[in-house]
Design a protein around this ligand. Sequence first.
Ligand code: FE
Length: 184
Amino acid sequence: MALTLDNIEQLFGDAGTRLYGGEAVSQREHGLQAAWLAEQAGADDALVVACLLHDLGHMLFEQADDALAAGSDDLHQYRILPFLRGLLPDAVVEPIGLHVEAKRYLCLSEPGYHAALSPASQLSLQLQGGPMQATEAARFEQNPYAKAAIALRRHDDAAKVPGLSTPDFAYFLPRLAALAGAQA
Ligand code: FE
């Protein structure tokens, strides 16, 4: 069931050209920017690759943008997980699965975070359950991947800059392949 590296590269080439729902960058640009920002912030390889692939669910399930417009949550952060688990280690996969929860967590815990989100991200938040409640946040903090998910989320939020120059997919592929190889 797992995707292959070729599958992922193809998704970045094809579906990656679609606009990232409600934002001024494409899916591919968004993933590349998130990975590039993570690298520049000194993130380890697993987090860089998690940033690169965090919205692969949007690329794989084409109805994502339409779902948002129609007022339903596409659950892209969960639907992609079965396709990644056999390929990549938990250090990559788990933060991807938690990146929406991290947004919900930061909306509760960090003053000003919600107001700084893009309009599209504020809209999707409402479909994703809104800001966490305190008990939910306390449980989230116990997750061993919560910190990585929050770091991913910050790069995700920043990776919406029209025209920002980044390395291309091939630049990140060796790290992706190494992590996939380590998992095999
Ligand atoms: Fe994203």
